[in-house]
Write a protein that binds this ligand. Structure first.
Ligand code: UDP
Length: 236
């Protein structure tokens, strides 16, 4: 979709693929772009490289699904990062795997850790760090000092999280890195995901806009994305 190579998977297939990556040699990463992030990637080659370099590129948002269909390359379904993360933690808990939480305002990752440990018995929380750091090396050292982790959730917003992962993946002792935007705020109970009816109707973006009108600038990327998709389709 406009240069971003999405994986065509159902949510169950995406979670299974994530769980498989956890068992494979080496380091892997997952990104979950929405239309805003596709637009960022089109304007920022480093972000595009970071996103397309991922092992799994999951479509987060109805806009990507509509865009893919209009371009004649339909995707099975949207696979939002937060739902992928929940499925992955379920699988990790069964195996007693460890998770490091990086991102959000100070205190949020700790709160998320407490709640996730209670929600997924068996899941080990290796450590947490907030997302407002100046010294990247200090964060890399902190994760390694905690003993690394099987999975690291990197929740710094896009494209910061994708760039952080691409730049540091080889230096952090972890197997699977997932860029998950504002998920820690939801896991911590600091913000709420849209009610199911909005999700079902493909209006989660609208709920998020009403809850936080400051998102309007970012959300102007969505009509821009759709206009570029229209233009591409006319060319085909
Ligand atoms: N954030 C961060 N460091 C930064 C900028 C943002 O940790 O330098 C966090 C922010 O606190 C929030 C998340 O990154 O928890 C981004 O959330 P947003 O809702 O913007 O992401 P989305 O889910 O829309 O991708």
């Amino acid at each position: 979709v406009l240069g971003v190579g999405f994986d065509d998977l159902t949510m169950a297939e995406a979670v299974a693929a994530g769980a498989r990556l956890l068992t494979e040699e080496g380091c892997h990463y997952v990104v979950t772009p929405n239309p805003e992030i596709v637009e960022v990637c089109r304007e920022n080659p480093a972000a595009m490289r970071a996103v397309n370099g991922a092992d799994l590129v999951l479509p987060d948002g109805i806009g990507v699904i509509k865009g893919a269909a209009m371009l004649g390359t339909p995707l099975k379904e949207k696979t939002p990062g937060i739902e992928f993360a929940a499925g992955l933690m379920g699988e990790m808990a069964k195996e007693g795997k460890s998770l490091y939480l990086l991102g959000a305002k100070p205190g949020v990752a700790e709160k998320a850790a407490e709640r996730l440990a209670a929600q997924y018995p068996g899941l080990k929380i290796a450590g947490t760090h907030d997302g407002y750091f100046k010294d990247t090396q200090q964060v890399v050292d902190a994760i390694n000092a905690a003993g690394g982790a099987d999975a690291v959730f990197v929740c710094l917003g896009a494209p910061k999280q994708e760039k952080f992962i691409a730049a540091n993946i080889d230096d952090i002792h972890g197997t699977l890195f997932c860029g998950l935007g504002g998920s820690l705020d939801v896991f911590a109970g600091v913000s709420r995901r849209a009610p199911d009816i909005f999700i079902k109707l493909g209006l989660e973006w609208f709920y998020r806009l009403c809850s936080d009108p400051r998102r309007i600038g970012r959300m102007m990327q969505i009509p821009k994305f759709l206009l570029v998709v229209f233009a591409e389709r006319r060319k085909q």
